[in-house]
Write a protein that binds this ligand. Structure first.
Ligand code: COA
Length: 324
């Protein structure tokens, strides 16, 4: 019997654009009828980063991948595949993944984008894990990279205050008989709810490229119930309980949703990685950015069980469990 192959997160990396904008600065700059107090109380968001002219999902993704490879002690020669989750690709094609592959100087393997909005990183991790387990790849860069500042309606105070730009990446490598690695991933979608969180246009649309539209209250209700079910599913699938979880690394959309998940899992905020205050919602980039921060500052240690969960447009949602 051959030993089981698992996908191990060997390195993490993040990239944030230099420009960080506070709630007050945003309100003044965009002439928004809002206050710092309203945004902080409802969302926990205090600041967000915005990409500079010329910065794109691929340019930020390249920086995040370089950081992830460096932390893993790996080189571009170890990369078999690049999988990018993004809702804000540089162009319809080449894919952002192919652009990142080229930019990194990877000369073999394959690269592609996938689309699952804010759940994109969990989806991409799931695909990488499956490809590693089936022997299709041994080193996979899994990237979430977003420039939501380019798809926001700056006259809609209910959405434009919620999002920021950035990129995160992990390098997942095949290990035989390892006690570390991705234990399982759990993906869900329900297209019947597509209209409550959407970009109302796109490259193939007759109505223009579109901006983010959201029914905030509806999304909030779905988030709390669906994420709770997804984390239960992930723990049950592995015969684990909330006591086993060292860190919850949730998608960073709203501190109230994050706190609700922490309470459900009996995890205090000292065991939840939170970046939403400084990054806002960076969609597919939020989980890998949080992983990059918490592995660098020593919170996430080798051997720690990390639970990740996300929900986003589609609706899509899911969870992943990984032993670091
Ligand atoms: N500043 C001030 N007032 C604002 C505002 C802002 N930035 N945005 C909305 N409001 C106002 C609304 O216009 C509304 O005013 P009205 O009562 O006069 O019509 C009021 O605040 C309440 O709006 P509502 O949308 O019901 O607020 P809410 O309490 O649901 O909070 C969200 C709004 C967006 C913060 C909240 O619904 C939320 O976090 N939803 C989940 C969003 C999410 O996580 N999305 C991403 C998932 S990937």
């Amino acid at each position: 019997m051959g030993s089981v192959i698992s996908g191990v997160i060997a390195g993490t990396g993040g990239y944030l654009p230099a420009r960080s904008v506070s709630n007050d600065e945003l309100a003044a700059e965009k002439h928004l009828d809002t206050t710092d107090a309203w945004i902080v109380e409802r969302t926990g968001i205090r600041r967000r980063h915005f990409a500079a002219d010329g910065e794109t999902a691929s340019s930020m993704g390249i920086a995040a991948c370089q950081a992830a490879l460096a932390q893993a002690g790996a080189s571009v020669a170890d990369v078999d595949a690049v999988i990018v989750a993004t809702a804000t690709p540089d162009s319809a094609f080449p894919s952002t993944a192919a652009r990142i592959q080229g930019g990194l100087g990877v000369t073999r393997g394959f690269a592609f984008d996938l689309s699952a909005a804010c759940t994109g990183f969990i989806y991409a991790l799931s695909v990488a894990d499956a490809m590693i387990r089936t022997g299709q790849a041994r080193g996979v860069l899994v990237v979430g990279t977003e420039v939501y500042s380019r798809i926001l309606d700056w006259s809609d105070r209910g959405t434009c205050v919620l999002f920021g730009d950035g990129a995160g990446a992990v390098f997942v490598v095949a290990e035989e008989g390892s006690t570390r690695g991705l234990l399982s991933t759990h993906l869900h979608s329900d297209g019947r709810h597509g209209d409550i969180l959407q970009v109302d246009g796109g490259a193939g649309s007759t109505g223009g490229t579109g901006v983010v539209r959201m029914a905030g209250r509806e999304v909030f209700k779905h988030a709390v119930t669906k994420l709770a079910a997804a984390v239960d599913e992930a723990l049950a699938a592995n015969g684990l309980g909330h006591d086993d979880v060292a860190w919850l690394v949730p998608h960073q959309a709203n501190i109230r949703i994050i706190e609700a998940m922490g309470r459900k899992l009996h995890l205090g905020l000292d065991r939840v990685v939170v970046t939403v205050d400084r990054h806002a919602n960076t969609s597919a980039a939020s989980i890998p950015l949080a992983l990059a921060e918490a592995t660098r500052d020593g919170r996430i240690k080798p051997g720690d069980l990390v639970l990740m969960e996300a929900i986003g447009g589609g609706l899509t949602w899911g969870a992943a469990l990984a032993r670091f």
